[in-house]
Design a binder for this molecule. Structure first.
Ligand SMILES: NC(=O)c1ccc[n+]([C@@H]2O[C@H](COP(=O)([O-])OP(=O)(O)OC[C@H]3O[C@@H](n4cnc5c(N)ncnc54)[C@H](OP(=O)(O)O)[C@@H]3O)[C@@H](O)[C@H]2O)c1
Length: 342
């Protein structure tokens, strides 16, 4: 790498994992960031990381002193302590782990849903690095169309979602093949709880007074399952608006198709040209066919129709390791940079 390279030096924590490898792929060709350090556990330290050509170091801030930002794909069992140490050392952290997501003073941001929550960081003058978290992979897919619908038609009172989640969502090496091939596992530990609370922070009013406030209208019931798909989480959603007057299916389609966010208006390099892709074919979206649309940064929505019990139902698909994980962190960093936060 030439010393005249003016891109912002960044590090990746958890480079050996499923999300860490996706970070390496997205950042290897990035116009604003260049990877100068990669970390994992002591087990991996000293090995060469093939994707970046860098030697893996332990996740200690002393090895990341050249980095302005670190992208974290750490296992939750260690993420809290390491990410806090990085922030204390003045390094900004963009995290995929669950540890700080519900912290009252940490933004939980899906870049194509609530990028405005990043503005709260302007109020914090700690002299340390900030921590920005992105959401659980399923939550991420869900909140993008919800944000579009709430902006246009007002609060959602209740929602039921059933997921069919890909194997890569369980990390590396993940679910044993004999458990998942020709099978469905109807339980993912901790996942339903995350899906039922995280959207209320993301879709809430943001930073009010001295903390992020939760949406107090939205009630969610989630059922999460693991299916034999490598990448791409599919979700089936039924929801009810609070308002007595209900939008038509045509209104819903128009709303989702015209949805646009700050990620686009700030011209961030990873922003999709369309955050939501509406499919009108009856058998779409499908993981193998649609997960890579807009380089994995879009949410696909299809099967939009009236619900006999609530108001509306639809199926959605999100690429769980791109928009659902590493891609969200990278796009959040681009937005934070465009907003002058670093
Ligand atoms: N997979 C997804 O779709 C997805 C989506 C959203 C969020 N997330 C979250 O993102 C994070 C990473 O997920 P993943 O699926 O990539 O997990 P993973 O494949 O299990 O990778 C975990 C990473 O953490 C590192 N690690 C483990 N113990 C460590 C220690 N003591 N010190 C330093 N590094 C350590 C591992 O390094 P070694 O190889 O050296 O052990 C590995 O690089 C998790 O918090 C997960 O919940 C994942």
């Amino acid at each position: 790498m030439s010393t005249s390279d003016s891109r912002i030096p960044v590090g990746i924590l958890g480079i050996t994992g499923t999300v860490g490898q996706r970070f390496a792929q997205l950042l290897s060709v990035h116009s604003q960031f260049r990877v100068v350090a990669v970390g994992a556990s002591e087990r991996s330290a000293g090995k060469t990381n093939a994707a970046t050509g860098l030697t893996i170091v332990a996740c200690d801030p002393v090895h990341f002193g050249n980095c302005k930002v670190v992208f974290s794909a750490l296992d939750a069992s260690v993420a809290g302590e390491i990410e806090q140490a990085m922030a204390d050392a003045g390094i900004h952290v963009l995290s995929n782990a669950k540890n700080f997501r519900m912290d009252h003073r940490v933004p939980l941001v899906v870049p194509t849903a609530n990028p405005h929550h990043l503005d709260a960081l302007k109020n914090f003058n700690t002299g340390k690095g900030f921590i920005i978290t992105n959401a659980n992979c399923s939550t991420t897919g869900l909140v993008v169309p919800l944000k579009a619908l709430i902006d246009k038609f007002g609060p959602i009172a209740q929602l039921h979602v059933t997921t069919q989640q890909a194997i890569s969502g369980a990390g590396y090496p993940g679910v044993p093949s004999l458990d998942i091939l020709e099978n469905i596992v109807p339980f993912i530990s901790g996942e339903e709880e995350k899906m039922e609370i995280e959207p209320r922070k993301i879709l809430g009013p943001g930073f009010v007074g001295d903390k992020f406030v939760l949406d107090d209208t939205l009630r969610i019931s989630a059922t999460c399952t693991r299916v034999p798909i490598i990448d791409g989480h599919t979700m089936h959603v039924s929801l009810q608006f609070k308002a007595a007057e209900k939008p038509s299916v045509e209104d819903i389609i128009k709303c989702l198709e015209s949805y646009s966010t700050e990620a686009q208006s700030l011209k961030c390099p990873s922003a999709p040209s369309r955050s939501i892709i509406v499919h009108t074919e009856a058998n779409r979206p499908q993981p193998r066919v649609d997960r890579d649309l807009e380089r994995g940064f879009a949410v696909s929505v299809g099967r939009i129709r009236k619900c006999n019990l609530l108001d509306l139902k639809f199926t959605l698909l999100v690429h769980n390791t791109i928009l659902g994980a590493a891609g969200s962190s990278v796009l959040n960093a681009e937005i934070a940079h465009a907003k002058g936060l670093f």
